[in-house]
Design a protein around this ligand. Structure first.
Ligand SMILES: [Zn+2]
Length: 647
């Protein structure tokens, strides 16, 4: 899969001039300046217009030549791949023409009227003639241009109250007022959409790539995952996704075997749709480095001016990042990420997007410099050294059996909150007896281990769970507040102080199993108290500290990943560091960067390596090897440094 891709947005109102400044040479010059090897170009935009002569749709009213064909030709001449974008779900022209195709968001006519007044594109329902129209547009592109791929955007299952959906639901015996039934039918329609559009592509090509963009890859949703030939992880750090979304999403996607994927960021200051927005080159260098360090290729979002001249400031900016990716490619090809820790994704267990339990776990693992993957219940986790079950209950009986086998075979488990509880009992032997959910929130945590601020009572702003310690090490104790803050009684500006009259156990360790009686990961996602991480870290270090593959002396904001290139018989350590600053009201920017110097690293390695080299600069560094561990010092990490450790 090509690693230096562009996603070229081109949503153009029907009154604006299109293509007047397009030049094949200028298009090619920009792609070369950007070190681009693949670009997604437009057949049809969210406004509903095609950018080529068409029988299946209408060409943009102000375009008088085959812009798509010209772009494809330009790409082919310079060996740049060019998958084709077709808007699916948004088609504003058809929305105005076909009221019978409208997605109806609510049974309430006023709410629907409010939605229709929004100044934005409006969704169409795939359970109408719209799907047939879309498929004939896809087929036309396939026949006419035979592109290397099709990118459909932007789709997800949607509950729809249109006449057709409600009548089809009734015919299937589904209750149109029952939320579960509505979602069930939404999934039926969504599957009908993926099957029909995939068939429209496959009818004309066995090899074209297909991707259905929904802005997020739902963990454990194989109906969706398997409808794509590869995955593109839309994750613009400044566009609402933040800098945590991509590491978390990629930590799951790379656990899917044989699935190639891209990390998609943007060149924008904020997000999609922005003309005239540019981020600092250091931000793009960091974001593309983060993609490749996590086993992904790169895709950078751009938006072309309607006149269709490529913006050279944009491609010079992109070139600063992609020229570096190009140099690094020999150490990326075929690389597989190595991980010590598996996290059973709460999103995969519950089906709820952006679970706070996942987000908090991801943050702690990143900040601790641990090597980890997120998994769903279908994946094998027997080789991981530690399995984390964060906060959320509802784990299936099958999975519980697999976890028991894993523990019996020596695997370690850290679970928290509701994750280890079923029918009022612990599902694993924790050396403790479960009592029940605590009625108090917040509560206080008293550590039985070293912390930065010493032993005292620390506020825990989350659900908590009571148990009796029987045959376990107690790693933390809990105290309740005098009372919950209610209308009946409150104290001071926030919560009531701790009541020291009663102290009870809050974290238990027995053998291979540890249990934390707080929703500690959700709390960390919401509040980020240091003490939450200190408790988790104490337990993790105690259980697997001496087994972790890589240790690097890096700050909390740094990122570390480790990959294996089997063919080349070498491992690659990736160290990344850049700090973000909030600009405006909420935009995290990366501008100035501060290098890290003399980073000490220690890696478990079966045999003495034949060499350790900073790449791509090819500078050898000295190392010491003893007792299966290699130690070395990386002189400088300037945003991103790769270190190749050859067998
Ligand atoms: Zn509908």
């Amino acid at each position: 899969m090509r690693k230096r891709q562009i996603h070229l947005d081109f949503h153009t109102n029907g009154t604006l001039p299109v293509g007047k400044k397009f030049s094949k040479e200028q298009f090619q010059t920009a792609l070369k300046a950007g070190h681009v090897d693949s670009i997604t170009v437009f057949s049809k935009c969210h406004h509903g217009w095609s950018y080529h002569p068409t029988e299946a749709n209408e060409i943009h009213p102000c375009l008088d030549f085959d812009l798509l064909g010209a772009q494809l030709e330009a790409c082919k001449e310079i060996n740049v791949n060019a998958p084709v974008y077709i808007s699916a779900g948004f088609d504003e022209k058809d929305y105005l023409k076909h009221p019978e195709w409208h997605w109806v968001c609510s049974p309430d006519k006023e709410e629907q009227a409010e939605y229709e007044k929004e100044v934005h594109f409006h969704h169409l329902c795939f359970n109408t003639g719209y799907l047939d129209a879309l498929c004939s547009q896809i087929e036309e592109v396939m026949v006419k241009y035979n592109p290397c791929g099709i990118f459909l955007d932007i789709i997800s299952p949607k509950v729809c109250y249109c006449e057709k959906c409600l009548s089809d639901m009734k015919n299937l015996g589904l209750d149109t007022e029952n939320k579960d039934d509505l979602w069930k039918f939404a999934k039926i329609v969504f599957n009908k959409y993926t099957e029909a559009t995939n068939a429209a592509v496959r009818k004309h090509s066995d090899t074209a790539t297909i991707f259905h963009n929904s802005g997020h890859i739902f963990k454990g949703d194989y109906e969706f995952i398997n409808s794509n030939t590869h995955l593109e992880l839309e994750s613009l750090p400044t566009g609402g996704w933040g800098y945590d979304h991509f590491p978390l999403s990629s930590a799951y996607v790379r656990s899917l075997k044989n699935t190639e994927f891209l990390g998609m960021t943007g060149k924008f200051h904020h997000s999609w749709g922005e003309f005239g927005g540019y981020k600092h080159p250091n931000a793009l260098i960091y974001e593309t480095s983060l993609s490749i360090a996590n086993g992904a290729g790169c895709s950078i979002g751009d938006q072309m001016h309607p006149l269709s001249e490529m913006n050279m400031a944009t491609y010079n900016l992109i070139g600063k990042a992609y020229s570096l990716v190009e140099e690094k490619e020999p150490w990326l090809n075929g690389a597989v990420n190595i991980a010590d820790i598996a996290v059973l994704s709460a999103e995969a267990v519950t089906g709820t997007r952006d679970s706070k339990a996942d987000i908090g776990t991801n943050r702690m693992l990143l900040e601790n410099g641990y090597l980890y993957n997120f998994i769903d219940t279908t994946m094998d986790f027997s080789d991981y050294k530690l399995l984390i079950l964060p906060d959320t209950g509802g784990i299936s009986d099958d999975m519980i059996e697999k976890i028991k086998t894993y523990v019996n075979n020596g695997g370690k488990v850290i679970a928290s909150g509701d994750a280890l509880i079923k029918d009022g009992k612990f599902i694993l032997d924790t050396g403790a007896e479960y009592i029940g959910k605590n009625e108090f929130e917040p509560t206080y945590y008293i550590p039985c281990h070293e912390t930065v601020n010493g032993t005292t009572e620390y506020i825990m702003r989350c659900n908590s769970y009571r148990f009796e310690a029987k045959d376990c090490e107690v790693a933390a104790y809990m105290q309740n507040p005098y009372f919950n803050r209610t209308l009946e009684h409150f104290c001071s500006h926030a919560h009531a102080p701790n009541n020291p009259d009663e102290t009870f156990p809050a974290a238990a360790i027995k053998g291979n199993v540890a249990y934390i009686g707080w929703d500690i990961f959700t709390a960390y996602a919401n509040h980020g108290h240091l003490c939450f991480k200190e408790l988790f870290t104490y337990i993790a270090e105690k259980m697997v500290g001496d087994k972790l593959t890589v240790r690097a002396e890096i700050p909390d904001r740094a990122v570390m990943t480790y990959t294996r290139q089997e063919e080349e018989k070498r491992n690659i350590l990736h160290l990344l560091f850049a700090h973000t600053t909030v600009r405006g009201t909420k935009t995290e920017v990366i501008e100035d960067t501060v290098p890290l110097y003399n980073v000490k690293c220690s890696i478990k390695h079966e045999n003495k390596p034949s060499g350790i080299v900073l790449v791509p600069s090819n500078e050898e560094i000295s190392f010491e090897y003893s007792n299966g561990t290699v130690e070395f010092t990386v002189p400088k990490v300037d945003i991103h440094q790769m270190i190749a450790i050859t067998d």
